[in-house]
Design a protein around this ligand. Structure first.
Ligand code: DOR
Ligand code: ZN
Length: 346
């Protein structure tokens, strides 16, 4: 018997598209399945102003294949110099759907991020007033904090104090990786939500480190213990509106992954929907996949759900390319380590 599953067309609430050759290589991979995506602003230099976000949006639209139906939802990169008036104008124009906070030094291209959280208080207060969400990379950068503890410590030291000081601020905890993140997001009421990546539902830190170091499983926040992966699975498959998909699909050329000091990021845009269907089937939760990929995100962002649909059909294992080409370079597609039986219908 053929099994098929039809969902509202999904959105990706956390995506890295980069620029230039890489943008042209990866944007078709997302546009094939996703109707919209929240576009991360950590370019070099970062997307800081409304004018830069408008120009980047134009470059993304120009890189789309003919006939693609994909809307980039732009974000601004928060710095200690960000002008609240510029943020408000970009929001009022409908251009910008969120502001991204990177603690300075936490991850790829985060050097212009925030070190002194008091300095961004006026912007955050303004965002609370106008209802513009803050997307947070939730890891402390204190060198004395173990990398596996940085998310849990961030919640106590940074996130909770900011939320208490700025009532009404809408916050998305980006790419949570711990049971502490799952619990804090669940208990945060309707101004708090969390995105969960595809890869953190699949890998724990053993996948990264046992039997040899696997650079294509290295991302930030780094994958944690199995108990945390299981907490993420339970959250994603629960249907709870606090959680929705943000793939954090983050392409780097293979030469910069497979090297002495490799970049952080897993590239999952190509096979995310097949992986998620497999994961939700493994957990007996296929009926809740649509909430995670297509309903909970728009509800939090105050946007309509997509009009179109996406159908997956179960059958023989799906073939997907192990790598895609970006200019003269290659980008490795995330390998979940198990066969994928759900194919997205063309
Ligand atoms: O793994 C990651 N890659 N985590 C991030 O926070 C940034 C991203 C990137 O831009 O490569
Ligand atoms: Zn990211």
């Amino acid at each position: 018997m053929t099994q098929s599953l039809t969902l509202r067309r999904p959105d990706d609430w956390h995506l890295h598209l980069r620029d230039g050759d890489m943008l042209r290589a990866v944007v078709p991979e997302s546009a094939r399945h996703f109707a919209r995506a929240i576009i991360m602003p950590n370019l070099v230099p970062p997307v800081v102003t409304g004018a830069q976000a408008a120009a980047y949006r134009d470059r993304i639209l120009a890189a789309l294949p003919d006939g693609a139906d994909f809307e980039p939802l732009m974000t601004l990169y928060l710095t200690e110099e960000t002008d609240p008036a510029d943020v408000a104008a970009a929001h009022a124009a409908g251009l910008v759907k969120a502001v991204k906070l990177y603690p300075a030094g936490a991850t790829t291209n985060s050097a212009s991020g925030v070190s002194d959280f008091d300095k961004v208080r006026p912007v955050l207060e303004h965002m609370a007033e106008i209802g513009l969400p803050l997307c947070m990379h939730g890891e402390v950068t204190d060198p004395s904090v173990d990398i596996f503890d940085r998310e849990a410590v961030f919640i106590d030291r940074v996130l909770d104090p900011i939320r208490r000081a700025t009532p009404g601020l809408r916050v998305v905890m980006e790419h949570i990786t711990t049971s502490q993140g799952v619990d804090y997001a669940r208990e945060g009421g309707d101004t708090l939500a969390a995105t969960i990546t595809t890869h953190h539902l699949v890998i724990n830190r053993n996948h990264l480190l046992v039997g040899g170091i696997r650079p294509h499983y290295y991302c930030l926040p780094v994958a944690k213990r199995e108990e945390h992966r299981l907490a993420l699975r339970a959250a994603a498959t629960s249907g709870d509106p606090s959680y929705f998909l943000g793939t954090d699909s983050a392409p780097h050329v293979d030469a910069l992954k497979e090297t002495g000091c490799g970049c952080a990021g897993c590239f999952t845009a190509t096979n995310t929907m097949s992986i998620l269907a497999e994961v939700f089937e493994q957990d007996g939760a296929l009926d809740r996949l649509e909430a995670f990929t297509s309903l909970n995100g728009p509800a939090f962002y105050g946007l309509p759900v997509n009009a179109g649909s996406l159908t997956l059909t179960r059958g023989a294992p799906v073939a997907y390319p192990p790598k895609i080409h970006a200019g003269a370079d290659t980008v490795t597609v995330f390998d979940p380590g198990f066969p994928l039986h759900w194919r997205v219908d063309p």
